[in-house]
Design a protein around this ligand. Sequence first.
Ligand SMILES: Cc1ncc(COP(=O)(O)O)c(C=O)c1O
Length: 383
Amino acid sequence: MRVYLDNAASTPLSPDVLAAMMPYLAEQYGNPSSIHYHGRRLRTAIEDARKTIAQVLDCAPAEVVFTSGGTEADNTILQGAVRCGAVTRIVTSAVEHHAVLHTVEALQNLYPDLRLSLVELDDHGRAQPDHLADILADGVPTLVSLIHGNNETGALNNLEALGAICRQHGALFHSDTVQTIGLLPFRLCQQPVDYVVASAHKFYGPRGVGFYYRNPSAPCPPLLMGGGQERNQRAGTEDVAAIVGCAVALKLAAEHRDAHRKHLQTLKQAMMDGLRERIPGVGFNAGSDSPESLPTVLSVHFPLQDEESLLLYNLDIEQISASGGSACASGSLHPSHVLQALGYDRCHAANSVRFSFGSQNTLEEVHHVVAKLADIVVPQMAM
Ligand SMILES: Cc1ncc(COP(=O)(O)O)c(C=O)c1O
């Protein structure tokens, strides 16, 4: 049995989404910027997709801008706010995705006067609202960038509380919502956020497409220069099939949201129960076992002392796909920067594995993985 428990890295494409994309891959050619018939019908498909997304997230269609995914969306917002001079400081945290952390590092190199502050985290890896308020109290023009659902631990930040503090202090608020759009409900017209981002391959859509939402009062100059696509906000001929797929995937995710979350919670609970029963000393990192964390992600620590763990390779040999950290670090032996930022040492991080669940997974698969893990780990514990 081959089992895929790496859905936080990427989910499988839904057959319904593929069916919706097919006409735009196989039949409907042309350039959506052309004014003739072939162009116009593609333009209509893009604008319909934008409306669908806006409806699901409760915002205006003009506030949605399509990108090549979460990384580009994060880059557009962070780089844009600094480049246009709207902010002279970024406040973020040490457990962000590299799409944010590496962008902030690059900006610091380009703009030596740019200030940077990191928000303190609680034991579950959640940003502490009181500390954010302390940082913002000096009134420096700031962009706050805090992840919503952590892709490695499943920790969930409180967008409302953090956003309210940003509003109170006049700071711009960006949240990397790549792991939560499609999973949790959003009402963007009422939420205190200026920017959120999404990536379709995290909610059963195609890879290489996503979008950002921008509150119209928040600045966001384009990252890419070129044509006037996306109302001058993102140059480049649109991938119409991918955009259509992104919108259909999000609509389906919203329609099945409650059943999907229940299914994920059942799988995650079964995995936790099974591991506790079969592997003495197993642990869950940073509150990953708490009901407040994402139902998709379970970060597990195995009681082994290996500095260079072979766990992921052993799992792969057993036909089980899981991850040691963020997707870009999958399969590498570098322990997760998130776990290390949370105070776990290299050895602890090296012996941790992230399992992440999807709609296609079954209880049978979870039981199978637990049994294989016990076979791999328990004999090593005796050594
Ligand atoms: C939290 C988070 N942000 C950003 C990204 C990057 O998204 P994309 O793969 O669409 O570039 C990911 C993907 O792993 C993610 O989990």
